[in-house]
Design a protein around this ligand. Sequence first.
Ligand SMILES: [Zn+2]
Ligand SMILES: [Zn+2]
Length: 265
Amino acid sequence: MYIDSHAHVEGHKFDSDRAEMLARACEAGLERILAIGSGTGPGTYDCALKIAEQHDWIFASTGLHPHEASVATEADYREMARLAKHPKLIAWGEIGLDYFYDHSPREVQKEVFRRQMELAQDAKLPIIIHCRPSNNSENAWDDTLQMLRDHWAPSGLPGILHCFTGEWKHAQAALDFGFYISFAGNVSFPKAKNIRDAAKQVPLDRMLIETDSPYLAPVPHRGKRNEPGFVVNTAEAIAQLRGTSKEEIGHKTAENFYRLFPQTR
Ligand SMILES: [Zn+2]
Ligand SMILES: [Zn+2]
């Protein structure tokens, strides 16, 4: 059994074969998918929920991605807070800081991130964190972890570092305040030393796996469109690093998902 804790299944890249793609995921042994509802920002906050409403094994998040932070208005916050009350809406995200693309000014990204942490706390929903540093600095990690420490950790609520690409020390810091670390297909890339190093060390009871479909397909699908069924390949890559089986990684990460989101069990 496997759970894909992060997939963008509403994207137009799946428009031609979404039903077949989901059928392949079931065949591959997937029990649940957390469909991420950040979409393209305003007007799309319910994009994952619409799919979750059609499939009892799919659940949804909503949130404003840091890429779109500069367009945030009060109406956007109100809409997300309204959707957060839906029974199949189980997490707030993806939210955070992206200093790689810098699509929105960093100060704006921080304010929108802080504001959504506040709303997620009101809704008592775990948050899903996107953090991507620029090529030559660790600042996005320092800033993200500091903001989590200041604005999230006091709530005692959990969260997920999605598509983890940091160093082991960043994972450790987040583990210390109750976060789960989710690994994506890039853990299977031979040159991703820091990710692979972290994947060896994260305690098995705090790990999740994801595809981030349609991006970042794991080996042997690297370079192609990614889809939830390929989460099995990510489990296999982690299993090789840790000297265990992909079934064990699948089972443990699924148990973690059910602990984090008991309403999906
Ligand atoms: Zn992301
Ligand atoms: Zn994503």
